[in-house]
Design a protein around this ligand. Structure first.
Ligand SMILES: [Zn+2]
Length: 607
């Protein structure tokens, strides 16, 4: 589940800063160097102003998302522009205090003001305008993208094609849908090339080597050291991914025959998802015999006539059991739980903190399903994080790094074990350990299959931004990386005129992607550590931290720091480790790894 918490400062969407002009000096005279008192006053002004604008923008966005009309769209766009413009202005003005020896918390705030940006526009107004237009236009091309099959009247949207890739088992139909969607991207290719040039120019004006280096600077370590960290984490988990890949390839070969090679990469259109980034739609096809968990949470919830409010109450109860305060009364009055019948809304699940203090809400269109039961626990993770850091100064009201916010919700969702469902009275008896393979395989198809994809998008973009990948090699290197990391390959020939990276939203929309890779690593590391403090002795996949005050105290201490300390401090507070560590994934899936090894015996592994 990828969701969105609105904070104008974190600039999740399109965020621009005009570089350079903030340090322009009036001709001839050198300005007097600023004092620490001036820096303090500047930060106070920035925090007060950004807080007010952020609250305005959140209100406008909430109304827009829960009641879509032309007017609410305009009002929210205006509020966002005001908040972004102020963020840009403060980032520029912050450079005036460069070189001043500030107390640590003030220095951190100055740094955050400058690093909250994902795109730096050059100081030349013409170029800056061109860059804004390019990104808006690429995002528009993506948003309007449709595949219109020849001889058919109806064009297919990405939603239609997503359903097709998830559910069809006809390889011709799948390939047609896959190739059809990828045809939306070549028109973006030249725009993308120009966007890279201009974005780099802006980043260099701010003192970064290129835009990729600017993105990598947000992690409390040198950009190159951060890149090495990611390699190290991937190498920890890669052997397990390769086992999963080999097992799935064999089962797909049984289903589809020779179009799936015995020892090569898997054709990209057969994995149940447009980008092969998550394979859980294949579960019915690859499920182990005799290891079905034997219960269906969706059925149980429906049979009990559980309603949307009760679903959310279950989620809240989890956090209360850890020692958190119940959600405020306004949460229940102001959230959107069900899809209204009389108006258009954005149904994509999200968690909100309207006033950056206590006006917490979720926005969902809840279906009574196991999937939404999970999603509610995930979204409430954001809300409890937001409230935990609400006493921090404005600039520190965010997660320790961008992977943490997503990881916390997912960590809680990992505690939705059969034993937890028994405690809630939803299940009479939890299945024995022989059924774990089914549960683990399902989770692995969702979360482990994601890892190489979560990594490679920015591996490709960093090299594009640095110039290591020239424009004529955009598509070729994209597939080299997809083969190297994911072990997937296209089934129809690609040429240098194709632009397949553009068929994934985050590339045309300029949204960094590494946070999702981090979140997938961190959630297992958090889960292992919290399960230990909860005193869980059993296998990790059966541990739930439900009702553990000790795990809750650890978690809530770290959450309350927000962004005030470097993330290794926050990680240490929960796990005792200062390094991210993917071995928790190996621990969690140990029974599955053993089972996969047996299934893969005598068969090719790797590609
Ligand atoms: Zn989320």
């Amino acid at each position: 589940m990828v969701c969105f918490n609105f904070r104008s400062l974190s600039c999740l969407g399109l965020c621009l800063v005009l570089a350079g002009s903030g340090i322009s000096q009036s001709a001839g005279k050198k300005p007097k160097p600023p004092s620490i008192a001036e820096a303090k006053a500047f930060l106070e002004e920035a925090e007060t102003r950004l807080m007010a604008l952020s609250v305005d923008a959140s209100r406008a966005n909430w109304v827009q998302s829960t009641h879509i009309t032309e007017d609410t769209e305009i009002l929210s766009a205006q509020a966002n522009e005001r908040a972004i413009a102020a963020g840009v202005d403060f980032a520029k003005r912050a450079t005036r205090f460069d070189g001043l020896n500030l107390p640590a918390d003030m220095a951190r705030k100055m740094k955050l003001l400058k690093l909250s940006l994902t795109l730096a526009a050059p100081s030349n107004p013409k170029e800056s305008e061109e860059l804004t237009r390019l990104v808006a236009s690429m995002e528009g091309t993506y948003g309007k993208g449709k595949y219109c099959p020849e001889g058919q009247e109806k064009c297919l949207t990405l939603e239609d094609l997503t359903r097709l890739l998830a559910n069809s088992r006809d390889p011709k139909q799948l390939l047609d849908g896959w190739a059809g969607w990828h045809r939306i991207a070549p028109p973006m290719r030249n725009d993308f090339k120009r966007y890279v040039e201009l974005a780099n120019k802006g980043a260099r004006e701010l003192g970064f080597a290129d835009t990729g280096a600017m993105w990598r600077s947000k992690y409390d370590m040198p950009p190159d050291a951060f890149a090495k960290e990611l390699d190290r984490l991937w190498n920890q988990v890669r052997p397990f991914y390769i086992s999963l890949h080999a097992y799935v390839r064999n089962r797909l070969r049984e289903k589809y025959g020779d179009i799936v090679p015995a020892a090569g990469p898997i054709p990209a259109h057969l994995l149940g998802n447009m980008w092969a980034q998550s394979w859980e739609n294949l579960y019915p096809l690859v499920a182990p015999k005799d290891a079905d968990p034997g219960f269906d949470l969706t059925e149980i919830l429906k049979k009990r006539n559980t309603d949307d409010r009760q679903m959310v109450k279950y989620g809240e109860q989890f956090f209360i059991s850890l020692g958190f305060e119940p959600l405020p009364k306004t949460f229940w009055e102001r959230s959107q739980f069900v899809k209204p019948r009389d108006r258009e809304v954005v149904c994509h699940a999200s968690a909100w903190d309207i006033d950056n203090v206590d006006d917490l809400r979720i926005k969902m269109c809840i279906d009574i399903t196991a999937e939404d039961f999970n999603t509610i626990h995930h979204e409430l993770g954001h809300n409890f994080y937001q409230r935990a850091y609400n006493r921090q100064p404005m600039l520190f009201r965010d997660s320790a790094n961008d992977g943490f916010h997503e990881a916390v919700g997912d960590t809680i969702a990992l505690s939705i074990t059969p034993e937890y469902l028994v405690k809630l009275g939803l299940l009479d008896k939890s299945p024995n350990a022989s059924k774990d393979i089914g549960l683990l395989l399902k989770t692995a198809l969702e979360k482990i299959a994601f890892l190489p994809f979560g990594l490679l998008i920015d591996q490709w973009r960093w090299k594009v931004f640095s110039g290591e990948i020239p424009p004529e090699k955009y598509n070729e290197t994209w597939w080299q990386l997809r083969q190297k990391y994911q072990g997937v390959a296209p089934s129809v020939p690609r040429t240098k005129n194709d632009f397949d990276p553009g068929a994934k939203y985050h590339v045309p929309a300029n949204v960094p992607y590494t946070r999702y890779f981090l979140a997938h690593i961190l959630q297992f590391q958090f889960h292992r550590a919290l399960a230990q403090s909860a005193g869980c002795q059993g296998p990790l996949n059966r541990c739930s931290i439900y009702e553990s005050k000790e795990a809750g105290r650890r978690l809530s201490d770290m959450l309350s720091w927000g962004l005030s300390k470097p993330w290794p401090d926050a990680l240490e507070a929960i796990t005792g480790q200062r390094q991210m560590d993917a071995t928790a994934i190996l621990d969690y899936f140990a029974p599955l790894q053993k089972w996969l090894d047996e299934q893969n015996k005598g068969k090719p592994v790797g590609w």
